[in-house]
Design a binder for this molecule. Structure first.
Ligand code: FAD
Length: 453
């Protein structure tokens, strides 16, 4: 009964979010048409540089190309050849034949942008000066405003290390092959990715022995206990995955990218050998780009970039003494950070990054406008971000081939909503997201070269 009520709430929430989103997008699109007619390319425009072209960065760039005034353009600096669709990587690391669908091309994303407003620079940003972004190629790009959306680095199988699609596919194929050959597999870390990996392996290959290992006393402990209980039931009773809680085994140095034929030592000294050990831990924020110009902005606690609710970069000390205090001073008013790299107080999720992108956008536009009118920027009233956990923290989690769930938690109210669903496609319907980014998944249907048929 409780689950049914949740279903009603979730459907109501989703409908109200999408009707709000569609009406906002309609107004934005009308504004964008007018903008296309009025924007004029100029010979030396000032740059709004966005570093990082994933879920957060692309959202900001898509809005900047619809709104920046004449005299400005947006430059996106991205090191990867494609947008890595991380949500599907646990599935594509286990199930062969779909890996190329995990890499969405950038070509179609900004085709509606007015001439001269957008430039994509395929490079790695190394560091900042007061005025320039210094790139690995040796080039540097001047900026008037800067937005850092460099996210985090996660090891295989959560993400691939290669910056190109085809070698990236080979990394995923290597995991697929290793899974196929292993009889006993340990997955270390029972967060969302670890749970998805363990349930996918057991559901696509029921003959394998799968052990999920968690350091705390429940799986998925970043979320509410109700979600942990539901997932635990699926793991143990539906799929027969062995779950070990309160265990933090030492993981010997890896032989290559994945640990094979590895003995783990558990509490009390008990040892057990696994054919394959997959780790879903080890996320590191990519904040080092600020290390030379604004080292005080990097949180000593989390390694993320500290930001004000305006998304402007602030010091660790300011955010520690007055967290969420928009009255604290920015370290550099024209430098913004958002998405998973930023300490923003909201969920580390794709939708939260999109909401923060809109805050950064409105503030950049307001500062440009005020600057053009020679207004005092220090007195400008800027927009602020307040996380909406129920909307931004909306989780879609697969629990094997056909079982999945949606979950939303409101941390302030201490309430949550949960709905289990039984259906689903092997490629997780990624085509929908390709479309959202102006691309057609049919371009890459069928396995990548070197992959299994
Ligand atoms: C398995 C899995 C499932 C998930 N499911 C959900 C879900 O259901 N819903 C949800 O909302 N979220 C989900 N998430 C979380 C979501 O993927 C992240 O919140 C999101 O990817 C963060 O986006 P981002 O743009 O901030 O950073 P990232 O996605 O980490 O991207 C950062 C980008 O910056 C680039 N970059 C980094 N450093 C540099 C540099 N120096 N120079 C140039 N480019 C650089 C990188 O190449 C990358 O493209 C999931 C994550 C995983 C792993």
């Amino acid at each position: 009964m409780a689950i049914d009520l949740d279903k009603v709430h979730i459907i109501r929430k989703a409908l109200s979010f999408f009707s709000w989103y569609l009406s906002v997008r309609l107004i934005q699109r009308i504004g964008a048409i007018y903008h296309t007619l009025t924007y004029k390319a100029t010979p030396s425009p000032k740059n709004v540089v966005v570093i990082g072209g994933s879920f957060a960065g692309v959202e900001l760039v898509q809005r900047l190309v619809e709104t920046l005034p004449t005299g400005y353009r947006v430059v996106l600096v991205e090191q990867r050849s494609h947008l890595n669709y991380l949500f599907a990587f646990p599935r594509f690391a286990v199930v062969p034949g779909h890996e190329r669908k995990g890499f969405i091309p950038y070509d179609g994303m900004f085709t509606k942008a007015p001439e001269g407003i957008f430039k994509l620079v395929r490079d790695t940003a190394l560091r900042l000066t007061d005025t320039h972004v210094v790139l690995a190629s040796g080039e540097s790009i001047p900026y008037a405003y800067l937005a850092v959306a460099t996210g985090s680095t996660q090891p295989l199988p959560v993400n691939v290390s290669s910056l190109e699609r085809d070698p990236g596919c080979r990394e995923l194929q290597f995991v697929q092959e290793s899974v196929k050959l292993a009889g006993s597999i340990a997955v270390v870390g029972a967060g969302a990715t670890g749970v998805q990996l363990a349930t996918d392996i057991k559901s696509f290959f029921p003959e394998k022995e799968v052990t999920l290992i968690q350091s705390g006393d429940r799986v998925m402990d970043r979320f509410g206990p109700r979600l942990s209980g539901y997932v635990m039931d699926v793991l143990q009773n539906e799929l027969k995955v062995r779950v070990l809680l309160n265990e933090r085994p030492n993981i010997p140095p890896k032989d290559g990218v994945l640990a094979k034929m590895t003995t783990l030592t558990f509490s009390g000294g008990r040892q057990e050998k696994f054919d394959l050990v997959l780790t879903s831990t080890g996320q590191r924020p990519n904040a080092s780009i600020l290390a030379t110009l604004l080292p005080a902005a990097i949180s000593k606690a989390t390694g993320r970039i500290c930001v004000l609710p305006t998304m402007q970069v602030t010091s660790y000390q300011a955010s520690e003494t007055s967290p969420g205090n928009s009255a604290a001073a920015p370290l550099a008013p024209h430098i913004f950070a958002f998405g998973d790299v930023a300490e923003h107080g909201g969920p580390m999720m794709g939708r939260a990054g999109a909401m923060q992108a809109e805050v950064a956008l409105q503030n950049i536009l307001a500062m440009i406008k005020a600057g053009n009118k020679k207004k005092n920027l220090a007195t400008l009233k800027l927009r602020t971000y307040t996380p909406d956990w129920e909307v931004e923290g909306f989780l879609h989690l697969t629990l094997g081939r056909t079982h999945h769930l949606v979950y939303a938690m409101d941390t302030k109210k201490g309430t949550d909503l949960l709905m289990g669903i039984h259906n689903g496609t092997d490629d997780l319907d990624v085509g929908k997201f390709w479309k959202r980014y102006g691309a057609d998944v049919k371009e890459v249907e069928g396995p990548a070269e070197g992959g299994e048929q």
